[in-house]
Design a protein around this ligand. Structure first.
Ligand code: IVH
Length: 669
């Protein structure tokens, strides 16, 4: 394709997506994908300046105003921000600004880039008189009546307000409110929103303000347009924000002053780390020149000011296509629908699969093979399919028919009477066995490195392993025969298996895969019974006497050990040489009664080791920070948990202090 043809194509595509986004509030592609199109067009137009036309999407700011609302002409154009995506581009931005201003270092203000909808508010003599969307930057829509319903938007400013004030800011919905709102929509059988931004946009542009009022919209101010009748001229952006706050407008408390580029980099890293702990969604850092005089001198290029840039975060949502749907059989026999996706880079990793929890979810989302979907992966969370992009359907998509028979052993499946779970009815299904072995080998259990899902399946399929204890009889030549297994990895695996023989009671109990017994319960049981035989023979009453053990769990544990197969497995494991160390006496350690959260990477201990050390010293380890947390241990690259701890005022210590508390030398591991 020639550049000219591609330019035409890109313009058409961008116009189409602008319409979907701005006018219909129903985007078909992710922001990242849109940005990629826009950048490609920009680059091509740069290469061929003669092909730039006034109607090119690069020459305007955004979508055209909708006809259903009155039009409002902004007194000052509402610009949008140029984007940058990596450090090199940020460095370029700073270099350009410094060069234009003729200085060595620039003072910036760094703000979170709110992921909502840009609006303008007009106050006359301190009274809110008009509010509008950005529209195309010149003409927007009058949404005054709807904005009046936004709870934290002041209708009246505090004393000292100027004659006329145009405030620019973002209307958005907090993550928690978004969730609640979507649950309510679902409960009423209505379509949920894809993300908080679309929800905010959709809610603000309702023709009936009563509907808007029922939505949890919030507002945050970040810029000023026209400002008339102010006694003293403003010099900096910071002064501007402080003044807005003084007049009673909500501004973002999260803001970083940056003296030069390095400070901007640090602010970016901090914000990225705190991203998930913030109550609202953001998609980057806005870097703004602080001096208003400098801004004046820098001016603007067609669509955006030269004095600011949006340094975008890696996307957490991307679109991709479903290539296959199949039912995966887990260690309890439960069938879980899994979507195989065209690999996409999202949330910092390449995702090629997403689990749908059960058949109901599959049906609710109406997911079909061939569908385009939004995939989301935020932080360490498992990737999920947020929504199907139904507008991209061609008619060739195929619904997935849930199997009536186990895809692995062909036995019939049955839906549990009280739940959404569908299970294979064959207790000896090879998939169950493979799943149980995988669990047995997992990190919190026997911790056998290198024994992953595929290998477990191969061991079961080839008949090499029919029970846990047979793992301990595996030889290097046997393993080396398997597909994709060399001599070396076979040897490593045999060593890893042998190394797992020395274990602790809690790991051992967890490894057995007793229904409802997770890592925490395994530890509780280990601390209480302190030996394998005592747990094996514990009656329901004895189990009920254990702290945190309820009737369901007691029945489950008792039931498990009443099964002769389960008892034989335990015996066989012990005979195979598994050595189970009883828990150490709960020392009056330095962490007695404390709930500790670990975050980031420690140099001298693995997560597991740190956890065990804390527990030996009488403490409990929890996965998330709350008011009940006594202490957070922050290693390298601590992220949102650290931010949360700071927010809640929970004590934070570093690795050195942690080791000192454990009275452990940093060399021991
Ligand atoms: S300043 C010319 N500050 O990002 C500068 N914008 O394309 C005007 N946004 O339309 C915008 N957080 O919707 C600014 N702290 C912030 C922002 C922010 C989010 C949005 C706004 C704007 C878009 C930039």
């Amino acid at each position: 394709m020639t550049d000219r043809a591609r330019i035409d194509e890109l313009r058409q595509l961008i116009r189409h997506h602008d319409h979907r986004y701005y006018t219909l509030d129903a985007p078909e592609i992710s922001d990242a994908a849109y940005d990629a199109l826009a950048r490609e067009l920009e680059a091509l137009e740069k290469k061929h300046p003669d092909l730039v036309t006034p109607d090119s999407p690069t020459q305007r700011v955004g979508g055209a105003p909708q006809s259903r609302f009155e039009r409002v002409t902004h007194h000052q154009q509402m610009l949008s921000l140029a984007n940058c995506f990596d450090d090199a581009e940020l460095t370029e931005f700073d270099a350009r600004v410094r060069k234009l201003l003729g200085v060595d270092r620039v003072d910036y203000v760094c703000e979170p880039k709110m992921d909502g909808l840009a609006i303008e508010l007009v106050y006359e003599h301190g009274r809110f008189v008009q509010g509008s969307t950005r529209g195309d930057g010149i003409v927007g829509e009058d949404v005054t009546a709807n904005l009046r319903t936004v709870r934290n938007l002041p209708l009246e400013l505090q004393r000292g307000a100027p004659t006329r004030l145009e405030v620019r800011g973002e209307v958005f919905i907090k993550k928690k409110d978004f969730q609640r709102m979507n649950e309510a929509l679902l409960a009423r059988g209505e379509e949920p929103f894809v993300n908080p931004r679309n929800a905010a946009a959709g809610s603000l542009r309702q023709l009936d303000p009563r509907l808007t009022a029922s939505r949890p919209l919030a507002f945050m101010a970040y810029e000023v347009g026209e400002l008339l009748g102010l006694k003293k001229a403003l010099e900096t952006h910071r002064q501007k924000l402080e003044l807005l706050a003084k007049w009673g407008l909500p501004i973002n408390p999260r803001r970083d002053d940056a003296h030069g580029l390095d400070d901007v980099r640090a602010a970016y890293a901090r914000l990225l780390a705190d991203r998930h702990a913030l109550p609202y969604e953001i998609d980057g850092l806005v870097v703004k020149v602080d001096s208003l005089d400098a801004r004046e001198r820098l001016g603007q290029v067609s669509r955006s000011p030269r004095w600011a840039i949006a340094y975008k975060f890696p996307p957490e949502e991307m679109e991709t296509q479903v290539e296959r749907i199949f039912a995966s059989v887990g260690r309890t026999g439960a069938l879980t629908p899994v979507a195989e996706l065209k690999p996409v880079f999202v949330g910092g990793v390449t995702v090629s699969r997403a689990t749908l929890h059960n058949e109901d979810e599959l049906e609710r989302k109406d997911l079909r093979v061939g569908d385009w979907v939004f995939v989301r992966r935020a932080g360490d969370v498992i990737p999920e399919i947020v929504a199907v992009i139904t507008s991209r359907r061609t008619g060739h998509e195929k619904p997935f028919v849930f199997p009536t028979h186990c895809p692995v052993c062909q036995h019939a499946v049955a839906r549990e009477p009280d739940g959404a779970v569908i299970r294979c009815t064959n207790r000896h299904c090879p998939a169950r066995l493979a799943g149980r072995i995988r669990h047995f080998a997992s990190r919190g259990a026997m911790d056998i490195e290198g024994l992953g899902e595929k290998l477990c399946e191969a061991l079961v399929d080839t008949g090499l392993v029919r029970s846990f204890e047979q793992l301990y009889q595996l030889t290097v030549p046997q393993l080396a025969e398997l597909e994709r297994m060399g001599e070396k990895s076979a040897k490593n695996l045999v060593d890893a298996i042998a190394g797992s023989k020395k274990t602790t009671l809690r790991r051992f109990i967890y490894a057995l895969g007793i229904p409802d017994v997770g890592e925490t319960t395994a530890k509780t049981l280990a601390d209480h019974f302190r030996s394998v035989p005592r747990l094996l023979d514990a009656s329901v009453d004895e189990l009920l006497a254990v702290r945190d053990v309820g009737p369901e769990l007691a029945k489950s544990v008792r039931g498990h050990f009443e099964d002769p197969d389960a008892r034989r497995t335990v015996e066989a494991l012990l005979e195979a040489g598994v050595h189970v160390a009883p828990p150490e006496s709960p020392a009056q350690g330095s962490f007695q009664g404390k709930t500790v959260v670990l975050t980031g990477t420690l140099a001298s201990l693995s997560r597991e080791e740190a956890k065990e050390a804390i527990e030996r010293a009488g403490g409990k380890v929890s996965g998330s920070v709350s008011k009940k947390t006594s202490l957070v241990v922050a290693g390298e690259d601590s992220g949102s948990k650290l931010a949360k701890a700071k927010e809640l005022g929970v004590a934070v210590i570093d690795e050195a202090a942690f080791l000192a508390l454990l009275r452990k030398r940093p060399t021991s591991s």
